[in-house]
Design a protein around this ligand. Structure first.
Ligand SMILES: NC(=O)c1ccc[n+]([C@@H]2O[C@H](COP(=O)([O-])OP(=O)(O)OC[C@H]3O[C@@H](n4cnc5c(N)ncnc54)[C@H](O)[C@@H]3O)[C@@H](O)[C@H]2O)c1
Length: 251
């Protein structure tokens, strides 16, 4: 794809699932990939599969000081950040009335505050340089809702609205922001969903049947779209939300 080779990308959640597949794909495209994650072993496994390797700093995206230190370290060691991909996420599946505020805090901390911190720390440099591309991984839950995921859906819907707003604010600075919404995808997060659901295996099969393309997603279904939204081919696209979910949601 045009305009990816040699670019520096900071990517959260690269130790697993969609983030891992994206880190590998962007490394294959010639990007210099920096991974932020709390899972060191998972990140090492990702890096082993990245052509040319990747940079990693153990970073808890809910912790502002930690995010600031990592961004500064990356810029010192690798250089200015061209691309940001917010992919890290977390969820525990419960009906809303069975949740408590401690769970809300954790879900909001990772899925909403995490990306907010990354934007707030990384964007000033992009504004100064007059260039940047950001992709935020939300969820179809943020577009159409999802039983057992009320607070997570609120965060994911929030990220969509946040992205549109910031996209307007920084458009004149040469920066684009877009959102990718996966549907149900075969990753540890989805295993957690099945484990937390009575008859989880059957629910998983039923979900696959509900998808027009008749399967749930694989992590490798998304990196091409993320790479496209970061590439020069997408230079005239901003503030958009794209579902990649086998046709499950058509909105
Ligand atoms: N799997 C699905 O069915 C599905 C569906 C829709 C949207 N999504 C979204 O896709 C994204 C990737 O999910 P996935 O399925 O690949 O999940 P995953 O569990 O495989 O990977 C999530 C990664 O985020 C990291 N992470 C969690 N908390 C963190 C923190 N505080 N700081 C830094 N890193 C942290 C984890 O260590 C892990 O490496 C998430 O934003 C998720 O909400 C997933």
């Amino acid at each position: 794809m045009k305009g990816l080779s040699g670019r520096r990308v900071l990517l959260t959640g690269g130790a697993s699932g969609i983030g891992r597949a994206t880190a590998i794909r962007l490394a294959e495209e010639g990007c210099r990939v920096g991974i932020l994650d709390i899972d060191e072993a998972g990140a090492a496994a990702t890096i082993a599969r990245c052509p040319g390797g990747a940079w990693f700093a153990r970073t808890d995206i809910t912790n502002r000081t930690n995010v600031e230190a990592t961004v500064a370290q990356f810029e010192t060691e690798i250089g200015p950040i061209d691309f940001l991909a917010n992919i890290a996420g977390w969820e525990r599946f419960r009906n809303f009335l069975d949740t408590d505020t401690a769970l809300w805090d954790r879900i909001i901390g990772i899925n909403l505050y995490g990306p907010l911190h990354l934007h707030h720390v990384v964007l000033p440099g992009m504004v100064q340089r007059g260039f940047g591309r950001i992709v935020n991984v939300s969820s179809d839950a943020g577009r159409v809702g999802s039983s057992g995921e009320a607070v997570y859906s609120a965060c994911k819907g929030g990220i969509i609205a946040f992205t549109k707003t910031v996209a307007r604010e920084v458009a004149r600075k040469g920066i684009t922001l877009n959102v990718l919404c996966p549907g149900p995808t075969d990753t540890p997060l989805f295993d957690e969903f099945k484990a937390g659901t009575p008859d989880g295996a059957k629910v998983g099969e039923a979900m696959a049947r509900a998808v027009p393309l008749k399967r749930i997603g694989q992590p490798e279904d998304y990196p091409g779209t993320i790479a496209f939204l970061l590439s020069d081919d997408a230079a005239y696209i901003t503030g958009q939300t794209l579902s990649v979910s086998g046709g499950l949601t058509m909105s």
